[in-house]
Design a protein around this ligand. Sequence first.
Ligand SMILES: [Zn+2]
Length: 88
Amino acid sequence: MFILKGIDQLTNAIAKARKLRPRVEFDRFGRYRVSGSKGYYTVICKKSDNNYKTVACTCKGAEKGLVCYHAAAALSLHIGLARQQQTA
Ligand SMILES: [Zn+2]
């Protein structure tokens, strides 16, 4: 799990996601399934009590606190959905 502080953090992961084009499946708002090298990973995006945005993925990289491309792929969908909710 990592705390999302800004888009800069995601630059490398987004580049990787663009290259590998993982499939992102919507589960519910804040919860997504992203295809990876060994099947699907679950990515959870949420706001913590102190208003930090946290992103958790079930892959090995994310366990070590790395920003993985699954998280980047899920976040791009999540951010789009969050915007829609705010304007709805
Ligand atoms: Zn991951």
